[in-house]
Design a protein around this ligand. Sequence first.
Ligand code: AMP
Ligand code: GLY
Length: 422
Amino acid sequence: MNILVLGSGGREHTFAYKLAQSPQCDRLFVAPGNAGTAQIATNVEIAVTDFEAIKSLVLKEGIEMVVVGPEDPLVQGIYDYFKADQQLENVAVIGPSKEGAELEGSKERAKEFMMAHGIPTAAYQSFTASTLAEGQSFLETLQPPYVLKADGLAAGKGVLIIDNLEEAKEELAKMLEGKFGDASATVVIEEFLDGIELSVFVLTDGNGYKVLPTAKDYKRIGEGDVGLNTGGMGAISPVPFADDAFMKKIEEQVVKPTVEGLSKENIIYKGFVFIGLIKVGDEPKVIEYNVRMGDPETEVVLPRIKSDLVQLFKAVDAGTIDQEILDVDPRSATTVMLVSGGYPEAYEKGKVITGIDTIEDSLVLHAGTKEKDGKVVTNGGRVMAVTSFDDDFRKAIKKSYQNIAKLGFDRMYYRKDIGFDL
Ligand code: AMP
Ligand code: GLY
């Protein structure tokens, strides 16, 4: 099969790395890709939301499967675009339909879906500019901290957690006035859940599913989980506190009703469901759905999957995922993200990265990198993830740190405490 991966992060390098290992993968393309994907696939300089250009590439190269990394093309309807086109309808697209992608594209839609299918989540109400006063009264009935969520996609910045009631009321007004543009025209206010977070990943064909390994990511820039939110500074899989009994609860109370809900509502969904959960006491509660894999969670989840990824994706497309066997490496995987100094605020690009060739027992998964004059240089905030395995996550993380010591670029930064809370 000729396969195209859409995206350019560590997630997409990891997809390319796994797909390239399959005997069923013939030619592999990544658009737009990075310096890491360039070593194992053909990079094509096309934006992930340029559907016309993607169509031309697919037809020109005889591509039979498109694996969609980020949410934007999914929320914009790339699945439907392919299925509505006679020349493209037989191409397998790994990702949900536009309707399915609304589970990430609209927090209000996600909450309605959870309520309709009895999936445990925080109590909530949603408001628009015309119901601002009701929203402010609703805040008065809640205990702090207050959780305000922009309904639409806001580049991971649309969730505010505020301790003070007056400040929460002001923020609600600002959001409804357009603080996040159209994304906050509707705001979901929900009950604060106190507990520890984890993520569960499900690969579904819309009827059957496989529960993939769990992961926990570290979103804040600073050690001890302080400072600004980032796209993710590191991750660990599996999550030590997600034991068999808790996973069984998650499967029964969350995964099954989610997949059954999609099926009951006739929503076409052939891709990943990333379920963000908080463990409150002993109970799982859903805080969000994403309709794609996480980054950097992918960098620890996929390397643990020993089954042929092309085979799994073919089964997703054919609607036969239930017949596949998911073979998972029992060892722990950890990843640490190296970022450009200044990230997640302003940072410089174009710094030469040294030492990549010296890494032996860890995987170097590129994110914001590109090749320039025969050298690999930085090209983004999150630069590369260093993934390691061992029978215990503490040993694995030590390996990642030992290997990071051999890597360098001007103003390189990383968190030295990934896994500190486990
Ligand atoms: P989301 O984009 O919905 O995942 O929210 C971003 C972050 O806000 C999550 O990773 C949680 O840490 C936090 N969060 C979201 N909803 C809640 C909630 N109801 N209670 C406590 N924390 C929350
Ligand atoms: N690491 C969180 C995300 O991919 O949304």
